[in-house]
Design a protein around this ligand. Structure first.
Ligand SMILES: Cc1cc2nc3c(=O)[nH]c(=O)nc-3n(C[C@H](O)[C@H](O)[C@H](O)COP(=O)(O)OP(=O)(O)OC[C@H]3O[C@@H](n4cnc5c(N)ncnc54)[C@H](O)[C@@H]3O)c2cc1C
Length: 311
């Protein structure tokens, strides 16, 4: 390769690319990756070089993202931090090089692709910026990624792709989960902060308000005395954990047994037994009405009316 030293960068890049292709044909992937990286460094805007590099990196994992080790996130974290630091200094071409180190460990690294895409956009390489997002969009999950993808497609005037990306942004992820521990010194989580609720049954607000009432009942006196300890905060969780488990369990049950069944079924459906029983015995309808309206463990305000302490 010493014979290339006098050639301009583009010509050198082409030579490196050729070496990379030859090595790929011989399945010498490490060497191919090295050569393609050199080519990309000398001609950062060249899409073919970048695609060849990613192809070789992915072949090392048999083109299968599941073959990437689980600890790769921790391994790539410092690399992404270096990329962010280079970005903050405006060294966008360097960002692209750093991100390639992350892609060597994980050629489907969504965060690195997003970082590289932003850098490519800053450099005015709009098609490259678009390719970065497209190369990992099957792995991408968060709305922020698709918002950026839509922006890049718009800059390339690829309107259909932009609309498809905006479609992903408007999708809302609904979760039903809860914290193991709702509190720590100086902090108490209640409502969705402690236990995310789905729309099923329209009970999340009720549960959140009842958490707040329980918290007020339990914490008013210690707060007034200026002495709230972890044990006080723990009492709020102890009181509200049971209704939360019950209501969330009900939401998951309805989602799995009723809603998913209805949405996934094309034939005529028979209502589940509890619904048929309620149809036959209207008095039974009071049970779900009571659970939805009052909750599993209704809370009532027990704190006395008193003036706020003087500061
Ligand atoms: C699609 C959907 C539909 C739903 N429909 C219903 C329904 O019909 N009926 C029902 O009862 N429940 C419904 N739920 C559940 C319900 O929305 C939640 O359980 C409920 O809103 C929880 O109330 P919260 O006060 O704990 O949290 P939230 O309502 O999420 O309130 C938290 C507030 O804090 C604000 N905030 C966040 N971070 C900060 C910050 N750093 N600084 C200042 N403010 C901040 C947020 O902007 C927000 O206003 C639905 C849930 C979903 C996902």
């Amino acid at each position: 390769m010493s014979s290339d030293s006098g050639l301009p960068d583009r010509q050198k890049a082409k030579t490196f690319f050729q070496y990379g292709n030859d090595a790929t044909l011989k399945s010498n992937l490490d060497y191919a990756i090295d050569m393609f990286k050199q080519a990309c460094k000398l001609a950062p805007d060249n899409l073919s070089y970048r695609q060849a590099l990613r192809g070789a990196q992915r072949r090392k994992f048999n083109n299968d993202p599941s073959k990437v080790g689980r600890l790769v996130g921790a391994r790539n974290q410092p690399i992404r931090m270096r990329a962010r630091s280079a970005r903050s200094k405006g060294k966008y071409a360097h960002v692209l090089e750093i991100c390639e180190d992350a892609f060597t460990h994980n050629p489907w690294d969504v965060a690195a692709a997003r970082e590289a895409s932003e850098a490519a956009e800053q450099l005015g390489f709009l098609l490259l910026a678009e390719w970065y997002v497209e190369s990992v969009q099957a792995q991408a999950k968060d709305a922020d990624f698709f918002r950026h993808a839509a922006h890049v497609h718009e800059r390339n005037e690829h309107w259909h792709k932009a609309i498809a990306s905006w479609e992903q942004v408007k999708l809302l992820t609904v979760a039903v989960d809860r914290l193991k521990r709702w509190y720590r010194r100086g902090l108490l989580c209640i409502g969705d902060a402690a236990h995310a609720m789905s729309p099923v049954g329209g009970v999340g607000i009720n549960l959140a308000v009842q958490d707040a009432v329980a918290a007020a009942n339990i914490l008013a006196a210690p707060l007034y005395a200026g002495m709230v300890g972890e044990a006080d905060l723990a009492r709020v969780q102890e009181r509200r954990a049971f209704p939360t488990r019950m209501i969330q369990g009900g939401q998951v049950f309805i989602q799995k047994r009723v809603i998913s069944g209805v949405l996934g079924n094309k034939t005529e459906l028979t209502p589940p037994l509890p619904v048929r029983l309620m149809q036959a015995f209207p008095i039974l309808r009071r049970i779900p009405a009571r659970i939805i309206g009052l909750g599993v463990r209704p809370e009532h305000i027990q704190t006395p009316e008193r003036a706020a302490p003087l500061s």
